[in-house]
Design a protein around this ligand. Structure first.
Ligand SMILES: Cc1cc2nc3c(=O)[nH]c(=O)nc-3n(C[C@H](O)[C@H](O)[C@H](O)COP(=O)(O)O)c2cc1C
Length: 239
């Protein structure tokens, strides 16, 4: 087992990573790595958060040469875009990635509205707290669930989520950036009215897409052992 241990030195706490193993039926420390005091650990945490892509890939050796895994790990939400337009060719690649998502009974309940006109983008930007993000994007894709093609609401929503993730991954692979906007659903009806949608269309998300302003983007994730159980609930997955 590997765990964190605190020792007091001159009354101050210092941290170690301790690895133990069962030897002859007894638990013994087999190695110990000194981490340092709280400030040093916070600094290390900051450095870890900006782990480069290469290092992340090193941590997943089983996925060597997997473009899909690379893109999944590389993708970050992008909320600042340059003025460069997104080409029609790239938009089609993104839309095709969306439509190739799986769906229950292959009913393909998603519908997409591509928005490039500045005036419409500005109107949609007024329907969310993320006005600046939307107004700054050269391209929006409004993602809908078409109630007329729905057979099971939960499964249809899940399918639309899969289509959205496919599109985000395609965006990333094209070297573009995007953010999945959900907060705008609060004003879904207003968006529908701007986009002149039929009654059967329910807004699921708006994707703001464009060329990303270059900057470091990080985003933490829970560890697997916080998320996964082995065989049954309760036994933590240790990998
Ligand atoms: C259902 C859903 C709704 C979201 N809504 C918003 C939103 O309204 N505004 C926003 O800036 N980001 C939104 N996000 C993006 C998340 O904030 C983001 O995915 C999360 O913080 C993880 O960061 P990452 O995408 O960079 O890995 C949403 C994501 C999902 C999946």
């Amino acid at each position: 087992m590997v765990f964190l241990k605190k020792k007091l030195i001159n009354g101050k706490p210092y941290w170690y990573i301790v690895k133990t193993a069962r030897v002859d039926g007894k638990v013994k420390t087999v190695s110990q790595v000194y981490l340092g005091n709280a400030e040093k650990i916070l600094e290390m945490k900051r450095q870890c958060e900006s782990l480069t892509h290469e290092i992340r890939r090193e941590m997943m050796p089983v996925t060597e040469n997997s473009k899909v895994i690379d893109t999944i790990l590389n993708r970050r939400s992008v909320r600042e875009f340059t003025d460069s337009p997104v080409s029609a060719e790239d938009i089609n690649i993104i839309l095709n990635a969306g439509r190739w998502a799986p769906s229950g009974l292959n009913n393909q309940p998603w519908r997409f509205i591509v928005i490039r006109e500045k005036e419409t983008i500005m109107q949609v930007s007024e329907c969310t707290h993320y006005t600046k993000v939307v107004a700054g994007a050269p391209l929006l894709i409004a993602v809908y669930l078409d109630g007329e093609n729905s057979y099971n609401y939960t499964k249809d929503v899940q399918a639309v989520g899969a289509a959205i993730q496919n599109m985000l991954l395609a965006v990333c692979e094209l070297g573009l950036g995007a953010v999945w906007l959900g907060e705008i659903l609060k004003q879904g009806e207003k968006v529908n009215s701007i986009l002149e949608c039929p009654e059967s269309f329910e807004l699921m998300a708006v994707l703001a897409i464009g060329e990303p302003v270059r900057k470091e983007r990080t985003s933490p994730r829970k560890e697997l052992n916080e998320l996964v159980f082995e065989e049954k609930y309760g036994k933590v997955w240790e990998g």
